[in-house]
Design a protein around this ligand. Structure first.
Ligand SMILES: Nc1ncnc2c1ncn2[C@@H]1O[C@H](COP(=O)(O)OP(=O)(O)OP(=O)(O)O)[C@@H](O)[C@H]1O
Ligand SMILES: [Mg+2]
Length: 470
């Protein structure tokens, strides 16, 4: 919880700083106002005293009346003559000027001096008559009350600041603690997931989803979901590959064992071994191609390709294969040139047409067509075969997926990789592949490929295939 501590400290310091700034402003303002008040009252007292002074014949100053004792009653003052002789003062009998520096100033001046117990404010006023300078009047006022008021203000401010900082700290601690609590849960669950190696766990979403932490949890759960999917796919893939490898290996081992027991090579066993080795090579080749295509690193030999020519080749090749068993038709063929990998595109056509021929029973019809559709080339392979059951349809492009019927009817033939390979090749060409099928009536595969210029095709980055993994 380092963040909680840091945030609390930050808020507390901020609050303290603001209060200190505000406090010193108030303190300064109050002390200026109080001093101004003291100064004003001292000016008034000085005026009163001056009004009651008279000038003697020797240009000396003396109280005007015999009531001199009452002069400036309640006020602390001194009247000094030109020769720095104390004329009179209240209280009487002082020796030192109230403010030494004020004695030398040629104009009225306020000074604050340190007195015995507290500070004192002193106003020094030079006195003049027509005959020249007559002396100096110094009026003093104790600042004890002002100092008491100011120190009370200071104590109150300090106490308030400490209280406010403590409160801010407490509130910040609680608030940040609450805000960060879900993060602690995220960390805990993430650690548990790592320790238990259990990707099926999710972080519980407490509270609103729109907050930052809510968003984080959602994103984290999405990542977990994706990881779990990837791991499941990976595991299934391993199982499928092992399964597909085992059958041919068992057959080969059986045949080799048989020949050893017989002590001579037998043609039938050799043929069987050869067939299984071919099958294994095909499997390994297909897997390599899929791995490259899925990771976006399928080496494509991009060049201008005439799709119609390839389709014609495929048509001819397939016709030889089907013979009289099926009716193979070429319904429409537009001349289309696009940028692509000739061999890979041919492989797509072979896989689709191969499936149609393989899964359509004798007497059925398989139709191939190639049509220009705006900026796209559309290749359609349709058949009058048994169709693909609705429950199989979403999965047929997955690796190793084979429909129930195909597995039962033709065991040991296909691997269930043909459509996956077609899907990834088409995707690597920036195209799409779709299927529509009705059980009992037939299946139609449609491939759309963008007719791109060479530059555009070369600029295209390999698609990131992780996302739409099939
Ligand atoms: N034209 C079709 N008619 C009926 N079912 C089809 C058709 N095309 C594909 N399928 C179904 O989709 C499954 C997957 O096809 P895919 O081509 O990927 O694998 P496969 O043909 O079984 O094996 P492989 O192509 O690796 O030899 C097939 O097993 C089959 O069930
Ligand atoms: Mg196939």
């Amino acid at each position: 919880m380092l963040l909680q501590k840091r945030l609390t400290l930050l808020y507390t310091t901020l609050a303290g700083g603001v209060l200190m700034l505000f406090g010193s402003l108030v303190y300064g303002l109050v002390s200026v106002v109080l001093l101004n008040q003291v100064d004003a009252s001292m000016t008034q007292s000085a005026d009163q005293i001056i009004a009651q002074l008279r000038i003697t014949s020797s240009n000396h100053l003396a109280p005007r009346t015999s009531t001199a004792v009452q002069l400036g009653e309640g006020i602390l003052f001194q009247v000094w003559g030109n020769d720095r002789q104390l004329q009179f003062s209240r209280p009487p009998g002082q020796q030192q000027p109230l403010d030494e520096s004020g004695m030398r100033s040629g104009r009225p001046i306020f000074n604050t001096v340190e007195a015995a117990k507290s500070r004192m404010r002193v106003l020094s006023v030079p006195l003049k008559t027509e005959r020249g300078p007559a002396g100096i009047l110094q009026v003093g006022e104790n600042l004890e009350l002002v100092d008491v008021a100011l120190s009370a203000l200071l104590s109150a401010q300090v106490a308030l600041a400490i209280l406010a900082m403590a409160l801010t700290g407490l509130m910040a601690w609680i608030a940040t603690g609450r805000a960060l609590a879900p993060l602690a849960t995220v960390t805990k669950v993430a650690t548990q997931i790592t320790k238990a190696d259990d990707l099926s766990r999710r972080i519980p979403l407490a509270g609103e989803t729109s907050g930052e932490v809510g968003q984080l949890i959602l994103a984290f759960n999405d990542t977990l979901e994706r990881l779990e999917q990837l791991f499941t796919t990976q595991r299934r893939f391993m199982a499928d590959v092992s399964h597909e490898l085992r059958t041919p290996l068992t057959v080969i081992k059986g045949n080799v064992g048989l020949m050893r027991r017989m002590g001579e090579s037998d043609e039938e066993s050799m043929a069987s071994i050869e067939m299984e080795v071919d099958r294994l090579s095909r499997l390994v080749g297909d897997l390599l191609l899929l791995a490259q295509a899925e990771s976006g690193r399928l080496p494509l030999d991009m060049a201008p390709v005439e799709l119609d020519t390839i389709l014609l080749e495929v048509f001819q090749q397939m016709r030889v294969l089907t013979g009289e068993r099926l009716q193979l038709k070429l319904s429409e063929i537009d001349q289309i040139q696009l940028i692509g990998d000739r061999d890979r595109l041919k492989q797509v056509m072979l896989n689709l047409a191969g499936n149609a021929i393989q899964y359509t029973p004798a007497g059925g019809i398989v139709t191939l067509s190639l049509r220009k559709n705006g900026e796209q080339a559309q290749l359609i392979v349709s058949d009058s075969g048994p169709g693909i059951p609705a429950q199989d349809l979403p999965h047929i492009f997955e690796r190793f997926y084979r429909g129930e019927k195909s597995r039962k009817r033709n065991p040991g033939t296909g691997f269930g990789l043909g459509l996956s390979i077609a899907y990834w090749i088409v995707r690597n060409h920036g195209g799409t592949i779709d299927v529509s099928s009705q059980e009992g009536k037939g299946t139609t595969f449609s491939v759309l490929l963008p007719i791109r210029k060479l530059e555009a095709a070369l600029q295209t980055q390999p698609v990131n295939l992780q996302k739409g993994q099939k």
